[in-house]
Design a protein around this ligand. Structure first.
Ligand SMILES: Cc1cc2nc3c(=O)[nH]c(=O)nc-3n(C[C@H](O)[C@H](O)[C@H](O)COP(=O)(O)OP(=O)(O)OC[C@H]3O[C@@H](n4cnc5c(N)ncnc54)[C@H](O)[C@@H]3O)c2cc1C
Length: 370
């Protein structure tokens, strides 16, 4: 008899978990349903940069997870047969305002490269070199090119993954579901029992687990980014991402599309309304590098809700007293980098019916859920 598995949440964690539940379950011993209510997802709003190596963050567990998460994309893209419309390894250019800081960072990059094949190569670029790689910039900064850096479109990425999951007999159900106090799920069919459940509800996880009397220590953060069209210029889609220090990232897509973002608004909560303040701030930041950009080139503003923990680190594992309810969340602003690997680990734990040893990636779940 098939085991019944539920995945709650169809963002990057839930979609990857659902895909691998279908992919790894070769004997079809599982009956998998993913529930997603289509509300305010972080993943769909994000145009993501996969380039954690030169981050200023000094959290070792986070770095291990992000480094392995970035490398994991190669496997995921192959396993799920994803095209370059959803994942493009175009390189990323990381800048520092102070030339001495840039030199130190380059030394750090060269050392990291020795142990990190996914970075592929690093190069110190002058402002002119950056201008050649990003020809639409009027004021290119000097920077470090990391050839292994990549960009993804969050919406297309999860759609492609869920499409592949469905081909492997995963059912996708667009609805909000709730726990009752006994651990069953209330769905449109009534109260349903599942053998195992993966919770991947992002910023909404506090509400998901409240009926089971758990307190999840995550808070929402609003993020906005702008999509622009570059006027009358057409470049190949293979341009690298610019990651300027203390400013907004500039992500070229397709031939004449730019994405600029993102904001980090702690007081924005779950609000999904675009604001003129964010629009102005992001455009001003981008104009520091391309002075020709104008307000009328903004095609749309995207808004999403990230989930943050107190130590800004993601967590995953199982509920403190219930190994059949697994969960992952608190991904913050690097969730497109860390989320797929978490989804894969959780799916493997279900398929193999064995929990992994994950303490090199995350503190115990009891740190985040009481
Ligand atoms: C503007 C912006 C830019 C970003 N840029 C980057 C970047 O450059 N690089 C990077 O690595 N990361 C980036 N991120 C972060 C990244 O997008 C998130 O950390 C990640 O996508 C979170 O994924 P998740 O699966 O945990 O949650 P989500 O994507 O939020 O998915 C959770 C889903 O669960 C659903 N749900 C909740 N409760 C229920 C319920 N009871 N029943 C059914 N469904 C439910 C929600 O509606 C949602 O669809 C960015 C985020 C934003 C907002």
């Amino acid at each position: 008899m098939q085991k019944r598995i539920a995945v709650i949440g169809g963002g990057i964690i839930g979609a990857t978990a659902a895909f691998y539940l279908g992919y790894l379950d070769q004997t079809q011993s599982l009956s998998v349903t993913l529930f997603d209510d289509d509300l305010g997802q972080a993943t769909k709003a994000a145009s993501g940069i996969i380039s954690p190596w030169l981050s200023k963050r000094r959290n070792k567990r986070w770095y291990t997870l992000a480094k392995e998460g970035a490398a994991f994309y190669r496997k995921l893209v192959t396993d799920a047969n994803l095209g370059t419309n959803v994942y493009q390894q175009t390189g990323t250019i990381v800048t520092r305002k102070d030339p001495n800081d840039l030199d130190s960072l380059f030394q750090e990059a060269e050392i990291k490269l020795r142990h990190t094949p996914a970075m592929r190569s690093v190069a110190l670029l002058s402002s002119q070199d950056v201008g050649k790689r990003l020809p639409f910039l009027t004021n290119p900064p000097a920077g470090i090119l990391v050839e292994g850096g990549a960009k993804i479109d969050g919406l297309h990425f999860v759609e492609a993954l869920l499409d592949q999951a469905q081909k492997r007999h995963v059912e996708i159900s667009r609805q909000r579901v709730f726990f009752d106090e006994s651990g069953k799920l209330r769905t449109s069919k009534g109260l349903e029992s599942f053998d195992k459940i993966i919770i991947a509800t992002g910023a909404w996880m506090k509400g998901t687990l409240k009926p089971l009397n758990y307190l999840v220590k995550v808070r929402p953060q609003k993020g906005q980014l702008i999509d622009l069209t570059i006027k009358s210029k057409h470049y190949g889609g293979h341009l690298p991402v610019l990651m300027p220090e203390s400013s907004s990232d500039i992500i070229p897509f397709e031939h004449d599309k730019l994405v600029v973002g993102a904001t980090h608004e702690n007081d924005g909560g779950f609000d999904l309304k675009p604001t003129s303040e964010a629009r102005n701030r992001l455009l001003t930041n981008a104009k520091a590098f391309d002075q020709h950009l104008q307000m009328d080139q903004i095609d749309r503003v995207r808004v999403g809700t990230r989930a943050y923990t107190d130590d800004f680190a993601p967590f995953f594992g199982h509920l403190p007293d219930n190994p059949n309810i697994l969960l992952g969340g608190g991904l913050g602003s690097s969730g497109l980098t860390t989320g797929p690997l978490i989804g894969y680990f959780l799916a493997r734990a279900v398929v193999e019916d064995q929990l992994g040893v994950w303490d090199k990636y995350t503190k115990p779940i009891s740190h985040y859920i009481i």
